[in-house]
Design a protein around this ligand. Structure first.
Ligand code: NAD
Length: 466
């Protein structure tokens, strides 16, 4: 980590606030400049490598991560409060992401297009953007940096990552694995706050692409800078994700998957379920099952391997959610009460809570809370439920539980979400499938899978005449 001008910010274990995981340099514009200079210097040699040679490096990086899987998972659990089984899953996914993009680096890099000129050869080439800046949140501290960095590197870009100051320790471990695997300067990390180092990073002239994941408020600032500089960008932001429960749904499955999607990792996934719209006839039966499922999820400090719901990331987040719920004019249904146990006095815990929204337009049903709070609404039928589901500024993830194929087809076409499930959890995603949201959840591009090639490359159209 750079010296950040000497000032530091503590990164705290959210299960036990007496445990300071790292002292993070606040970061300065000079740190951002130095990292971009290093990336720019490494660019010519890296982009000149063949795809198969870059693929080989990504495989070595994947192996370096796999070798330190246990350290990485434990660090993640300690620093961001992710239950250990999920942290282990994220490390495994990091390895898969790198291997997938190692494969992509050796696939076709353009098309041959017939020309009007007889005998000419016309084709497209995909070329790297140059130096790309990646700004990432704390909640997937390995997977999100890698699902941006792996395609960026596979296609010949060099990278400067600005991770969240709340997950700097995991980012530093990631940087160590990169240093062991990649040529110098290809993957750089700058630490510190968004204002001190993130914004200056985006303003560096050599930065030709920006990929951001985080809140909608910060995403709007990032997009404004990118537009002003005419630099390619993508902003992947928040959600108010929804489950719809139809009258003929498998209510046991719907309740189990809604509880898991809403509450695991204390609801701190961008795809976490925060609204459930239930068709009136089954509301009572569904809510009874939901309550049983929510109460079964083990809540606890994440050094307990059984914990499925850990702490919130910060006191700020806990207080903001507490105030939003208190002022939100919603009916309390169940939950929200922490056990009277000393295990919960050292961290930022918030017990899973289920409320009934007064209506779909109330601020509590519109705003992302990013915690284990689920609000319910009732609908007359699936079409009414889809209309209620669409009444938010967001459009990231949705799921419908049903056995009616015709209703499911209408929902697939009408729901305003980038990730559309039937009979599944709103969370989780295959690393090789496009990922991203509609409306206020995204700038409209997609990450992962083949979509990443579109973002991290530029197209040249070449014509060679006889
Ligand atoms: P955040 O917006 O507070 O921070 C994200 C990153 O932006 C951090 O690295 C932060 O330091 C940086 N940043 C803050 N201010 C900045 C500025 N002025 N200029 C440049 N950079 C700045 O988000 P967070 O609290 O870390 O993460 C939670 C949010 O991320 C939630 O809204 C969640 O929905 C969203 N998220 C979205 C996805 C997705 O793929 N759609 C995935 C995960 C998380």
């Amino acid at each position: 980590m750079g010296d950040g001008g000497g000032r530091t910010i503590p990164s705290i274990n959210p299960s036990d606030v007496s445990d300071v995981v790292a002292l993070v340099p606040e970061g300065t514009p000079d740190d951002a400049r130095a990292a971009v200079d290093a990336a720019a210097e490494a660019l010519p040699a890296w982009r000149a490598l063949s795809g198969p040679a870059r693929a080989e490096y990504l495989h070595v990086w994947a192996a370096a991560i796999a070798q330190r899987a246990d350290d990485l998972a434990r660090a993640m659990t300690r620093e961001v409060g992710k239950p250990i089984t999920e942290s282990r899953g994220e490390v495994g996914r990091a390895v898969v992401i790198l291997r997938y993009y190692a494969g992509e680096a050796v696939r076709e890099a353009g098309q041959v297009i017939p020309s009007q000129v007889p005998g000419a050869l016309q084709f497209t080439l995909r070329e790297p953007l140059g130096v790309v800046a990646l700004i990432t949140p704390w909640n997937f501290p390995l997977a999100i940096p890698l699902w941006k960095a792996a395609p960026a590197l596979a296609f010949g870009n060099t990278v400067v990552l600005k991770p969240s100051e709340m997950s700097s320790h995991v980012a530093a471990l990631l940087a160590e694995t990169a240093a062991a695997a990649l040529p110098r300067g290809v993957f750089n990390v700058v630490y510190g706050t968004g204002q001190a180092v993130g914004t200056p990073l985006l303003r560096q002239a050599a930065v030709r692409g920006i990929s951001f994941t985080g809140s909608s408020a910060v995403g709007a600032l990032v997009a404004a800078i990118a537009a002003e500089r005419n630099v390619r960008y993508q902003t992947e932001m928040g959600g108010k994700n929804v489950v719809i429960v139809d009258r003929d749904a498998d209510l046991d499955a719907a309740a189990a998957l809604t509880a898991a999607g809403a509450m695991r990792y204390a609801g701190q996934k961008c795809t976490a379920t925060s609204r459930v719209v239930v068709v009136r006839e089954v509301e009572r039966d569904f809510l009874a099952r939901l309550q049983a499922q929510v109460e079964r999820l083990p809540l606890g400090p994440v050094d307990d391997p059984a914990a499925a719901v850990g702490p919130l990331i910060s006191a700020h987040s806990r207080d903001a959610i507490t105030h939003a719920v208190r002022d939100g004019n919603a009916e309390h249904l169940f939950g929200g009460q922490l056990p009277n146990d000393s295990r919960f006095t050292h961290g930022y815990f918030f017990a899973p809570l289920v409320i009934r929204f007064p209506d779909a337009d109330t601020p509590l049903a519109q705003r992302e809370l990013f915690g284990p709070v689920l609000g319910t609404l009732v609908a007359d039928d699936v079409d009414h439920a889809i209309a209620l589901a669409n009444r938010t500024p967001y459009g990231l993830s949705a799921s419908l539980f049903t056995r009616d194929i015709r209703g499911a087809l209408r929902y697939i076409h009408r729901i305003e979400a980038g990730l559309v499930r039937v009979n599944g959890d709103t969370t989780g995603v295959d690393p090789h499938a496009p990922f991203g949201g509609m409306k206020g959840s995204s700038s409209g591009s997609r990450e992962q899978g083949p979509a990443a090639r579109e973002f991290y490359t530029e197209t040249k159209t070449v014509q060679i005449n006889p």
